[in-house]
Design a protein around this ligand. Structure first.
Ligand code: NDP
Length: 484
């Protein structure tokens, strides 16, 4: 299979190239080899993409929801038919094991297109009766041109999670993938065209932050949806605010996962593994602060290390591999610096911590025990396979410590005491909470953060409100009275 894209950008229904843009090498994280090259969008490419999205929008919005939805659902079917091919591409783009991409990436993108495709025909307003037979009705309208900006950990899923609700509501989109993973969004654009989306409805331009900034600052843009880090979120939110634009911010986290001593040990260990090592730890909602109650701390740590010793690192295209490389040398270096900091600040390295010899950006799953709340590794988002184990005595104490962070993306609790489970999650300052499970994100459920972790929600019916606005229409059925 060839991984090199047909061209760098996808504009107005077809591939587009402008070799004058800075070259960006596409690197396969498992080997460090260059597998393709794209060019950053020049101002001309950005202009073409925005102009195309602007031109296409009124006509797209004028189609019925049924018609738009049918196109999105057709795209979902095509994605499912090509799941293996798209999963292999996702593995080349990100390095994530094929075992994982086959079930988590194109499939969840297809779910989003199917779900919002299904909702598109039902986007309706309200009828509000008034005295004397007068009434008010509301209609839900598209915002216009939306910009999507993606992180590198889920390039297919992020493109679909943004495109599906935006397009269902009658908006058009210009999407900029992370420059680290430029391949997958192009395929989604190609498939939307094949499914019947008119030219300009979904465009992709490549580039670094400067291209993202050019899109965000353009006056034709009505809404910006970013998946990225908190520092980038602050910049993008500020730029959008200057133009009074709508935003969705899906940002980083440092989520708590609380394990009480009555939890089913192996389930809690599974939760910690899913919440720290899936996608080599490069997941925003990860429960990287694992608070374990003192009574089961030793048993938990022993079982966790035992289970981690069965992780299979290696060729991500081998379906037996379940732990892949970091996405880039740069991300690997960031994570290694955090590991060094953890050791320096006195945490005890209980498992892993080393780079794997040989090519590629492989880092062992890593566990720190004896972590305290003030250590850097317990405060900052690492975005790699590093679990911090903290101990606690009682419920009140752990809730306070769990909430003592600027982030608020997710949180989890493992316990067999049902009332305690609900009591604890009710008090966690997080957009998504889990009881006796971790890191699920089905499209039917809202997803997003509180505090510095974000603004707005993706997925579910909630996302509709973030990609449309309501117009209110007052209708008089009687004569009009005036004071003079
Ligand atoms: P970054 O914040 O570095 O980048 C995110 C995107 O924003 C990239 O496409 C980047 O371009 C672009 N960008 C950077 N600067 C600007 C700017 N000034 N204006 C417009 N766009 C800009 O995040 P990463 O790609 O490193 O992804 C990791 C982060 O994403 C983590 O913090 C993680 O928690 C978060 N994340 C959040 C999720 C959520 O749903 N809450 C899900 C997944 C990840 P480029 O990188 O090409 O320069």
């Amino acid at each position: 299979m060839t991984t090199a894209p047909t061209a760098s950008h996808y504009i107005d229904g077809s591939y587009a190239e402008d070799a004058a843009g800075t070259a960006i090498d596409i690197i396969y994280p498992a080997t460090g080899e260059i597998i393709g090259r794209v060019h950053s969008a020049t101002p001309e490419m950005v202009e073409r993409a925005l102009a195309s999205a602007r031109r296409a929008q009124p006509e797209w919005a004028a189609m019925t929801g049924m018609e738009r939805g049918r196109i999105l659902r057709r795209a979902a079917d095509i994605i499912r038919d090509r799941n293996r091919e798209l999963s292999i591409l996702e593995t080349y783009d990100t390095g994530k094991p094929l075992q994982e991409t086959l079930v988590a990436d194109a499939t969840s993108g297809a779910d989003a297109l199917e779900y919002f495709g299904g909702l598109a025909a039902s986007l309706a307003g309200e009828y509000i009766p008034q005295p004397g037979g007068d009434f008010v009705y509301t209609i839900r309208q598209a915002l216009g041109v939306c910009v999507g900006i993606g992180a590198w950990n889920y390039p297919t899923q992020i493109a679909c999670w943004k495109a599906a609700p935006a397009l269902a509501c009658g908006n058009t989109m210009v999407f900029k993938p992370s420059e680290t993973t430029p391949l997958c969004a192009l395929k989604i654009a190609e498939i939307l065209t094949e499914a019947g989306a008119p030219p300009g409805v979904f465009n992709v331009v490549q580039g670094l932050g400067d291209v993202g900034a050019a899109l965000v600052n353009d006056p034709r843009v009505a809404k910006v949806s970013l998946t990225g880090s908190v520092p980038t979120g602050r910049k993008v939110y500020a730029a959008a605010a200057a133009g009074m634009k709508h935003v969705t911010m899906e940002l980083g986290g440092k989520s708590p996962l609380i394990v009480f001593d009555d939890a089913t040990l192996d389930d809690a260990v599974s939760g910690a593994i899913l919440g720290n090592f899936y996608s080599s730890g490069q997941v925003c909602s990860n429960g990287t602060r694992v608070f374990v109650q003192k009574g089961i701390r030793d048993a938990f740590l022993a079982r966790l290390c035992e289970r981690l010793s069965t992780a299979k690192l290696g060729d991500p295209l081998d379906e037996a591999t379940n732990f892949g490389p970091m996405v880039s040398e740069a991300q690997l270096s960031i994570v290694k610096r955090y590991i060094a900091k953890g050791i320096e600040e006195g945490a005890s390295l209980a498992y892993g911590g080393k780079r794997q010899p040989g090519p590629g950006f492989f880092l062992e799953p890593t566990v720190f025990a004896g972590v305290t709340d003030e250590m850097t590794i317990a405060r900052e988002e690492i975005f790699g396979p590093v679990l911090s184990l903290l101990e606690f005595d009682d419920e009140e104490e752990v809730i306070g410590r769990a909430n003592a962070t600027e982030f608020g993306l997710a949180g989890g609790v493992f316990t067999n005491d049902l009332t305690r489970a609900h009591r604890v999650v009710a008090r966690l300052e997080a957009g998504t909470c889990y009881i006796n499970t971790y890191n699920l994100a089905p499209v039917e459920a809202p997803f997003g953060g509180v505090k510095a972790s974000g603004v707005g929600r993706e997925n579910s019916k909630e996302a509709i409100a973030h990609y449309s606005e309501v117009k209110t229409i007052h209708v008089a059925m009687n004569g009009v009275e005036a004071p003079f």
